[in-house]
Design a protein around this ligand. Structure first.
Ligand SMILES: *[C@@H]1O[C@H](CO)[C@@H](O)[C@H](O)[C@H]1NC(C)=O
Ligand SMILES: *[C@@H]1O[C@H](CO)[C@@H](O)[C@H](O)[C@H]1NC(C)=O
Length: 512
């Protein structure tokens, strides 16, 4: 028998070599033949007769919009007087919209705005462009290069709170509709503009009411576009071109309260286990045992595949072969908080409360864990996992609040709405690639799920890594060039939505 050993070894080595050769061949072939998901529609040019320039008048309107201090502080606490002033300003600034017989304007929830622009073809389902009137509060006002509510223009940038979140899309979409109507055009397809007034604190009194009003009327919406992820320049490794990221989903949230009750008493005669000790062990287990990687199961994998053909090696090889390399990519993603958030449900220990006095054993301890749920998981699955990890009946779990991940909107060449969005983006940003992703934060669209199954979140401006801290941060600003793109993006989207929505097959995709 032992004499056979060399022969067996040879067979094993040969088998291994053969497998490796086959794998390598498949990887190479897929890398070379992976389909492109990009389109190249006619570019929007400044010389087009229907180009909307960021002229003095339009810039003045935008900078004035920034000057309204429409801050939301916390749920139900905002700046009603500023909102009313801003709403009046909008009414005065867009005379064609506000006098057109095609437009019906409603104030919803006292401050939010809902416009309906009547299309000429009633058989087409309407669509909706969403944004919001409110902004987040200012911090470190003294450190701003220009006062945060000045709307000052400096070196080609407009400074101020709301310039990228989200008065750009509010004013930009209004400019587009004003331009369209003042040229005497009626859209074929009816469109809504929906502007909530408390998005920054959950939209419970604005977008929520807009959603309810439209639901009550039985309105079905072909697609909804709200603020969201930008065109990232230098944000994705392995891609030199800018990448327009269209969010087709949003992570969910579950805040779990953990509670332990144990024997209290005097510090001089402790029992063996205290509430604090039991709870500390439980939260440590949660921190040490992250939720499983979901990389490869949701839009985060499509995000890589849709730009695979434009990546440099070795990224291109990895992205074209996620069937093999998913675990490797997941492992790399887990290393950084920013990418880890895309790979799994995250666990953040946000609060721990126990004890009142140095010599009294706390009879009770409480902690809060803030989970952000990956689109492919449910609230129940997250709780189930936590219970299993903690594995201690003395720790009681209670849901303080939760929002499931949003449904995933259709994307890819089989989706006419995604395709129209992609082509519009590539008209305005001809150098950019378009790819689906999901948001780790939430928008007003959480209140619109019942209106449409095709909900997208996208900001039509370019952001570099150094721009990211400006979001909700210091020196928020938008370049004049980017604001011009915003206006033209909405205009082109409106024009494109009047063409028949159909599936455009570019070939190849059946291969996947
Ligand atoms: C709207 O205004 C009315 C009357 O002032 C008030 O009773 C109501 O609470 C307000 N609603 C919201 C959502 O602010
Ligand atoms: C959607 O409709 C269901 C059933 O009427 C309701 O329970 C749910 O709250 C609605 N969701 C949203 C986001 O409005």
């Amino acid at each position: 028998m032992w004499t056979n050993l060399p022969r067996v070894l040879t067979l094993v080595v040969r088998g291994f070599a053969l497998t490796l050769a086959v794998l390598t061949t498949v990887v190479v072939i897929r890398t070379l033949t992976f389909p492109s998901y990009q389109t190249s529609p006619p570019e929007c040019k400044t010389t087009d007769p229907d180009f909307i320039p960021a002229d003095e008048e339009r810039l003045a309107r935008f900078t004035s919009a920034i000057q309204f201090q429409t801050v939301s502080y916390e749920r139900g606490v905002g700046t009603p007087q500023e909102l009313l002033k801003f709403v009046r300003f909008i009414q005065e600034s867009f005379p064609t919209i506000h006098s057109s017989p095609l437009v019906r304007r409603e104030v919803v929830g006292n401050y939010s705005l809902l416009y309906r622009v009547e299309g000429s073809d009633g058989s087409l389902e309407p669509y909706m462009l969403a944004s919001h009137l409110d902004v987040v509060p200012i911090t470190q006002e003294a450190s701003w290069e220009a006062p945060p509510f000045s709307g000052q223009v400096r070196d080609g940038y407009i400074y101020g709170r709301g310039t990228i979140d989200a008065k750009h899309s509010l004013m930009g979409s209004l400019e587009a509709v004003e331009f369209l109507l003042s040229r005497g055009h009626q859209p074929k397809r009816t469109l809504y503009l929906a502007f909530g007034h408390d998005e920054e604190t959950g939209g419970h009194f604005g977008a929520k009411v807009i959603g309810d009003v439209l639901t009550e009327r039985g309105e079905k919406i072909a697609f909804i576009l709200d603020e969201g992820t930008p065109v990232g320049d230098g944000l994705m490794p392995g891609v030199s071109k800018p990448v327009a990221m269209v969010s087709v989903s949003e992570k969910g949230i579950v805040d779990v309260k953990l509670k332990v009750q144990a024997e209290g008493g005097h510090g001089s005669m402790p029992a063996r286990k205290s509430a604090i000790g039991i709870l500390a062990r439980a939260v440590q287990k949660l921190e040490d045992n992250p939720h499983p990687s979901m990389f490869g199961t949701g839009p985060e994998a499509r995000m890589l595949e849709y730009v695979a053909t434009e990546m440099t090696l070795p990224y291109r090889m990895l992205a074209s072969n996620l069937w093999l390399f998913s675990p490797l990519v997941a492992w790399v993603y887990a290393k950084k908080p920013q990418t880890n958030a895309f790979a799994r449900t995250t666990t953040a220990l946000t609060s721990f409360t126990a004890g009142v006095k140095d010599n009294v054993i706390a009879p009770e301890a409480e902690a809060v864990v803030d989970h952000r749920i990956h689109p492919m998981q449910t609230v129940e699955e997250v709780l189930e996992f936590d219970r299993k990890v903690i594995d201690d009946a003395r720790v009681m779990l209670e849901v303080k609040g939760s929002l499931p991940p949003s449904p995933v909107s259709p994307h890819g060449k089989d989706s006419p709405t995604y395709t129209v969005l992609q082509e519009t983006i590539q008209q305005i940003f001809p150098d950019a690639l378009v790819t689906p992703t999901f948001m780790v934060a939430n928008t007003d669209t959480r209140h619109y799920w019942n209106l449409s199954s095709a909900i997208y979140r996208f900001n039509p401006y370019v952001m570099t890594p150094s721009d990211l801290p400006r979001f909700h941060g210091l020196n928020e600003r938008i370049s004049v060039r980017n604001y011009e793109r915003v206006m033209n993006f909405y205009y082109h989207l409106i024009v494109n939505m009047d063409k028949p929505l159909e599936v455009k097959r570019h070939g190849h995709e059946d291969e996947l």
